[in-house]
Design a binder for this molecule. Structure first.
Ligand code: ZN
Length: 273
């Protein structure tokens, strides 16, 4: 295989020969086809308070260089990918229910499938996403995360939080659901202990932000942390940018959304609905 590299697969140790997409390919294809999506929500994709364009699904940012083998990417992780696909579909089909209740009942998400079986699969999907992010920049994936992929019951240093991003409600509903984003990965080292395996990261899927905290403190308000141990995801809430910042950005970029944003401001600001 021409894409075989010397890097071993971070999951099983075999030679890596498979490109993992940062987002599921189905997310991209369903939302964007193969078009670049600079125009979709780009101005709301804030990084360090600066506007950034969202990359196209074909751009290098959309997939990692090979860091896992095709067996892990296609076979081993198949149940994890499937658990995520069901989860993601359900969320955007039932958004209003989630906004009203502020939790995601995994029993309903997985319906007649056993959620006790699907919860760990969903968690492992996010472990894979996080592990690929680390491996892509040659950071070692913490051992507990690699070994839990083979376990039914496990202990883990990775806590996930699920939050509603208020800022996305300044967007039109279709644009909001179509937003995909990846946060910067932070490693939190220690003055006395030096380099540490402590990380934080996030991904954005529409209005939902999924936070990753590895051996790091979970800030208040981002939702109850989850390690696949519960069938209910209690959501937090935050703003990635204020309405005033969005308006300022739209003014600077001469963006057509400016009128919509100013209208929002006159009518009491951003509302989650
Ligand atoms: Zn492998």
């Amino acid at each position: 295989m021409d894409e075989t590299t010397n890097k071993p697969c971070w999951i099983c140790g075999a030679p890596s020969d498979s490109r993992e997409h940062i987002f599921k390919k189905s997310d991209f294809v369903r939302r964007y086809g193969n078009l670049p999506f600079k125009h979709i929500g780009g101005m709301l994709h804030f990084k360090n308070r600066k506007c950034r364009n969202v990359p196209s699904p074909k751009s290098k940012i959309a997939s990692y260089d090979p860091i896992i083998c095709s067996n892990c990417n296609n076979n081993k992780s198949q149940p994890w990918d499937r658990a995520y696909e069901i989860f993601e579909k359900w969320i955007f089909a039932n958004s209003q229910l989630i906004f009203d209740n502020r939790f995601i009942p995994l029993e309903l998400v997985y319906d007649d499938e056993t959620y006790t079986y699907q919860c760990p699969n969903l968690y492992k999907y996010f472990v894979k996403a996080f592990g690929c992010r680390l491996a892509s920049i040659d950071f070692p994936v913490p051992k507990d995360l690699v070994s839990l992929l083979d376990e039914e019951y496990f202990q883990t240093g990775l806590r996930l939080c699920f939050s509603i991003n208020r800022t996305t409600f300044a967007m039109l509903p279709n644009d909001r659901d179509n937003l995909l984003g990846v946060g910067d990965l932070y490693r939190i080292d220690s003055k006395s202990k030096g380099v540490m395996e402590r990380y934080s990261w996030f991904i954005d899927i529409g209005w939902l932000r999924i936070w990753f905290f590895y051996l790091d403190e979970v800030p208040c308000g981002l939702g109850a942390h989850w390690t696949s141990d519960s069938a209910c995801l209690y959501l937090g809430e935050f703003e990635s940018a204020t309405l005033d910042e969005l308006i300022e950005g739209a003014k600077n970029e001469n963006a057509p959304i400016l009128a919509h944003l100013e209208n929002l401001k006159q009518n009491g600001g951003i509302k989650i609905k």
